[in-house]
Design a protein around this ligand. Structure first.
Ligand SMILES: CC(C)(COP(=O)(O)OP(=O)(O)OC[C@H]1O[C@@H](n2cnc3c(N)ncnc32)[C@H](O)[C@@H]1OP(=O)(O)O)[C@@H](O)C(=O)NCCC(=O)NCCS
Length: 183
């Protein structure tokens, strides 16, 4: 069955995440590399993931699958969560679950689409992201998009017996409009 192309980009499109995606999302959530870089922690079953999909899509939250246009394969997810309507602020996140699609410009392509979406359609003013201090690629991506570092939550992350800082970065709507002119 043809899937909805909710947002179309050059190499990928974004579509709603469905319950039927639970098995592949479960694989990514239990993957050691992803667990090291994201907030995912306890082992999860497919049933846990179905509930997680519901939470991630609830209310004003936006939860979309990243699909490779060439073969309609789901390769990752992108979300806008913690939507604060009064202050027009939310948290964004991206995860490319299939390793062969990382470092190929997809994260950048998805970020541009989501920044346009949050500021032009969701009527938000601020989008923030958090990244583990050692997540170099994520920090390089935010640097490329001119996110501003707001601060560090010191020793907020425990991985492999060591504490690491959690970096908080954000971009405001006017800043994004200026950045976009330079891309
Ligand atoms: C972090 C993530 C979303 C980045 O997306 P991506 O598609 O891999 O990154 P891109 O190819 O768009 O690269 C963006 C920038 O990151 C840097 N980068 C990407 N891959 C790199 C690599 N292998 N080595 C060094 N720098 C790299 C570059 O600065 C690049 O910009 P450039 O192409 O102009 O040089 C993706 O790697 C991912 O999902 N990783 C696992 C989960 C995760 O860490 N999510 C983010 C949590 S905060």
């Amino acid at each position: 069955m043809a899937k909805t192309k909710y947002i179309e980009c050059e190499h990928i499109y974004l579509r709603p995440v469905e319950k039927e995606d639970a098995a592949i999302l479960q694989k990514w959530r239990n993957d050691p590399h992803m667990r090291g870089l994201l907030a995912y922690r306890p082992p999860c079953t497919e049933e846990d993931v179905v509930k997680w999909i519901e939470r991630m899509s609830a209310g004003d939250n936006v939860f979309l699958g990243i699909v490779n246009k060439e073969d309609d394969k789901l390769i990752g997810i992108v979300n806008v969560g913690s939507v604060d309507r009064l202050n027009r602020s939310a948290e964004g996140g991206i995860a490319i679950g299939e390793p062969e699609f990382r470092s190929a410009g997809i994260g950048f392509e998805v970020s541009v689409a989501m920044l346009d979406f949050v500021f032009d359609y969701m009527n938000l003013h601020r989008l923030y992201v958090t990244a583990h201090g050692y997540n170099e690629i994520s920090l390089l991506l935010t640097k490329k998009l001119k996110f501003v570092e707001e601060g560090k939550q010191r020793d907020a992350i425990l991985r492999r017996g060591k504490y690491h800082d959690l970096i908080v970065l954000s971009l405001l709507e006017d800043e994004w409009r200026e950045v976009k002119k330079t891309l």
